[in-house]
Design a protein. Structure first.
Length: 243
């Protein structure tokens, strides 16, 4: 993974995100909406929905909000009609960026995304301009803050369950799967008493880009601006963040 850790990037911004509970709840609601729309509203058969709900509950999102998001997705509750869109482009220094949004006003969202790129020396590109630089994979994080997990044991468990790779990070294990194996690997690890700290089917860069300190700061500011937009669901990039 070229020394890069998706999990460390998540942790790097977690404290700042925790201070924005309203936006966090909205993002959880949209994650739940997408998962339920794609795989149905049954938590027992939809692993992506179950993970989205678990994340929402971990952030103390009210059950009523969770239920409402599921009902909107399954057509059992009247509400706004959301559209899923993807923007591709380049950040400062040529870093590849993919932004997934869920919006009820695509003109507003397009203007906000374009503004964030322009303000930080980036530019939007055509569809397909950078997506070929990423692979779609299942991604699972097992937290090991206390160092109690045996590395050989979890590696064997993950690979036997169908994982493609496992990467040891400080305080965590990152496990990568084919998208179609994500559910079975997640369930196997849970049944084996491992606690999943994060899990999703996502985009993993094939290569990572190092930037100058100035450009890296601009890129981090671009990410922060995009994260502050309520319509933005996911941001994928190939920046190798320095310590």
């Amino acid at each position: 993974m070229a020394g890069h850790s998706k999990w460390k990037n998540i942790q790097r911004r977690k404290n700042a995100q925790d201070a924005k509970k309203g936006k966090i709840f909205m993002r959880h609601a949209k994650d739940i909406y997408i998962a339920a729309k794609d795989g149905g509203g049954d938590l027992t058969t939809n692993a992506s929905l179950r993970l989205a709900v678990d994340k929402a509950k971990a952030d103390n999102m009210p059950n009523d909000n969770i239920d409402r998001a599921i009902k909107k997705a399954t057509g059992t509750l009247d509400g706004a009609s959301f559209e899923e869109l993807t923007y591709e482009g380049y950040g400062p220094g040529g870093v590849a960026v993919i932004v997934n949004v869920l919006t009820d006003n695509k003109n507003r969202t397009a203007a906000e995304v374009r503004h964030a790129f322009k303000k930080n020396d980036g530019n939007l590109g055509e569809n397909g301009s950078v997506s070929f630089m990423f692979d779609r994979k299942g991604y699972i994080v097992i937290s090991d803050e206390d160092g109690s997990i045996d590395e050989d044991e979890i590696t064997l468990e993950a690979l036997e369950a169908g994982a493609d790779d496992i990467v040891t990070q400080e305080g965590a294990y990152e496990i990568f799967t084919a998208p179609e194996n994500f559910k079975s690997v997640s369930e196997h690890l849970t049944e084996s008493s491992y606690s999943i700290a994060d899990g999703e089917i996502t985009l993993i860069p094939q290569n990572y880009s190092k930037l100058s300190e100035e450009d890296e700061n601009k890129m981090l500011n671009l990410i922060e601006m995009l994260e502050n937009e309520e319509d933005v669901q996911d941001i994928h990039h190939n920046l190798e963040v320095t310590d």
